[in-house]
Design a binder for this molecule. Sequence first.
Ligand SMILES: NC(=O)c1ccc[n+]([C@@H]2O[C@H](COP(=O)([O-])OP(=O)(O)OC[C@H]3O[C@@H](n4cnc5c(N)ncnc54)[C@H](O)[C@@H]3O)[C@@H](O)[C@H]2O)c1
Length: 367
Amino acid sequence: MRIDAAYSASALPYTNYTRLSPWQSIAILSVSRLEVANNQWIASKREVVSHAESGNLWCSADAQYLLDNIIGSIYFLILTIIDWLLGQSAKRKKPSMNIKGKVAVITGAAGGIGRAVANEMANRQVGSLALVDKTEAVHELAKEINQLAGRTVATGYPGDVTEDSFRSFVYRDVHEKHGVVNICVPAAGITRDSLSVKVDKQTDSVVIYPGKTFRLVTEVNLIAPIYWALELVAGIADDRRKNGLKRWHHTEGVQGTIIFIGSVSSQGNKGQLSYSATKAGLEGAASTMNAEAIFHGVRCGIIHPGFTDTPMVRALGEEYIEQNIIPQTQLRRLIKPEEIADAICFMISNPAVSGSIWADAGWRPAA
Ligand SMILES: NC(=O)c1ccc[n+]([C@@H]2O[C@H](COP(=O)([O-])OP(=O)(O)OC[C@H]3O[C@@H](n4cnc5c(N)ncnc54)[C@H](O)[C@@H]3O)[C@@H](O)[C@H]2O)c1
């Protein structure tokens, strides 16, 4: 017996194409065959469940089958009501981008902020974590996180974030082992600070900031994070394409979130020409991606941390920190990496937050 959509558009408040939940799908399958969004027939219960779980099961409300089977219609109506009730209670419990169970990629994971984000996501029961950094320390971090979690959550991926082949390998490997990547925090970054133009006392000559250094900082701080983020969007777009989905609809829930790491220096900071320029560039990239990637259900934001207690800042030296940084903060201390990680996870899990957040401890640099 075939009841492609054994319900009536007049009896139920549905439009012509209606998303089915797993409940509805299983019910229908017991008496019918179904049509998925790309117009393929599916016939096994396993297929229905997997399509429904991936949010890609649709049922064609074709009028000619409407009255094919009255019993089927009643059966379907009852299950629809049960499903609606279950859906209402689920909606009350869950924000639409809960970190729990998601698949995340963090670059710069062996550094201060990346490490704190990894720990915070593990606390929030992320499903799987890819820890990317140029140092082998990511293996040790993965081990620590897995021991604390009592399960295998994290995997270390040592490598250079500027290498395209490395990036493709990581995404492919994570996808094969854990599914589509939903979260990306590309935190790997470097500083190469120096005045833009200075008089070198030793050589008694005027020196311009080296272009080669500028290009290196741009590769790591600007181009790499953007491409790690684009890889996430591409993965989700491809998955949706394969499932016959087109423009994202809010009823699907948020599919992915990217949080770039900017800096207070994005507004300019003496001695940080290349660093400031790359962090300001990320602001433009985040707003553009925010506008584009939502087509595939992906949000994109940027956080601008102030001076945070990580190896990057400690490298400035205690004296410099005490004299030039601490007095210009409201808190009179460096920000803790955990405070930045908390703000990043807040941005990910609250879909109403868009654009940028300044986590700068009231940083007011002297002119
Ligand atoms: N610490 C701060 O005060 C502060 C403030 C604002 C923004 N940020 C930004 O936060 C991010 C994290 O910084 P952090 O303070 O944790 O610094 P960090 O130096 O502790 O960590 C950076 C990590 O990036 C990794 N890395 C650098 N280049 C890489 C490459 N080519 N490939 C792979 N990994 C690479 C390093 O190995 C390191 O583990 C950076 O983007 C930084 O610009 C930091």
